[in-house]
Design a protein around this ligand. Structure first.
Ligand code: CP
Ligand code: NVA
Length: 300
């Protein structure tokens, strides 16, 4: 594993190794046994979109590992004034030991990896959010004890999260169902891969998708960069809310996950969110541990 660009690049065994390491790093932190695996190493963090969890967990993660993280706002970099990504990649490769980037186009992240000579980590694009998916898988395993026989249901927009959870879920051996309006399905390449490689259903019928699910996941209806479509999307997704009625179709002990930030009253009701707050905030915490596993694997 040289980079973390999208879940599709990881073998199932690599995902499990990352989750095992994440569990170990979490244990070590909780028991005062942290080790400085990345002493003297620097991570550049390029942000072209807002972030709370990703920024803070990567920065804290690097600190805990004995390294250093630089926050690089794209507005302040020459990228924001048109410096080509291939030049940025070659320059930053001379200073840094790794780059985490949050941006719009997946092709920009792939270009950084192609032209640079250091590990690149995708901190979210319009297409993928692998760091979040790894934390989600870690949380599912913590709560459920494994993946075998589990049904993971994603309700809402076929966005970066849906794309990443479909691939990650199937690679870990879960069955995956998606409930979304026809016009908002996951990316075509993901749909094709999932249909050929997994126990996979994508339907506009939310009841079919949630039926007997062990894990029900949702995300915002309008992602970063889609703010102008918010009203149109509210109408399109009106029937795709996690509420007491839709959750009644899932298994009694189903967990609810949300990558956050959450919009209560839209994709999830306050009641369902608060009933599952323990899971959701463990999931947010696990961003730190899962990403430390990624950083150690790629940069040590
Ligand atoms: N879930 C997630 O990536 O959160 P941030 O946008 O706050 O980083
Ligand atoms: N789909 C959301 C995820 C945020 C973590 C977005 O891209 O804004």
């Amino acid at each position: 594993m040289k980079h973390l660009l999208k879940m599709a690049d990881l073998e199932s065994g690599e995902i499990i190794n990352l989750l095992n390491l994440a569990d170990q790093l979490k244990y070590e932190k909780k028991h005062g046994l942290m080790k400085k695996h990345l002493e003297g190493k620097t991570l550049g963090m390029i942000f072209q979109k807002a972030s709370t969890r990703t920024r803070v967990s990567f920065e804290v993660g690097m600190y805990e590992l004995g390294g250093y993280a630089l926050f690089l706002s794209a507005n302040d970099l020459q990228i924001g004034r048109g410096e080509p990504i291939q030049d940025t990649a070659r320059v930053l490769s001379r200073y840094l030991d790794g780059i985490m980037i949050r941006t719009y186009k997946q092709s920009d992240v792939e270009a950084l990896a192609e032209h640079g000579s250091i590990p690149i980590i995708n901190g979210l694009t319009d297409y993928a959010h692998p760091c979040q998916a790894l934390a989600d898988l870690m949380t599912i395993r913590e709560y459920k004890g494994g993946f075998k026989g589990l049904k993971l249901c994603f309700v809402g927009d076929g966005n970066n999260m849906a794309n990443s959870l479909i691939v990650g879920g199937i690679k870990c051996g879960m069955s995956v169902s998606i409930a979304c309006p026809k016009a908002y399905r996951p990316d075509a390449d993901i749909m094709k891969w999932a249909s050929e490689n997994g126990d996979f259903v994508c339907t506009d019928d939310i009841e079919t998708a949630i039926k007997d699910a062990d894990i029900v996941y949702t995300d915002v209806w309008a992602s970063m960069g889609q703010e102008g479509e918010a009203e149109k999307r509210k109408k399109a997704f009106a029937g795709y809310q996690l509420n007491t009625q839709t959750m009644s179709w899932a298994k009694k002990d189903a967990m609810v996950l949300h990558c956050l930030p959450a919009h209560r009253g839209e994709e999830i009701t306050e009641e369902v969110f608060e009933a599952h707050a323990n899971e959701i905030f463990d999931e947010a915490e696990n961003r730190l541990h899962a990403q430390k596993a990624v950083l150690v694997t790629l940069m040590k």
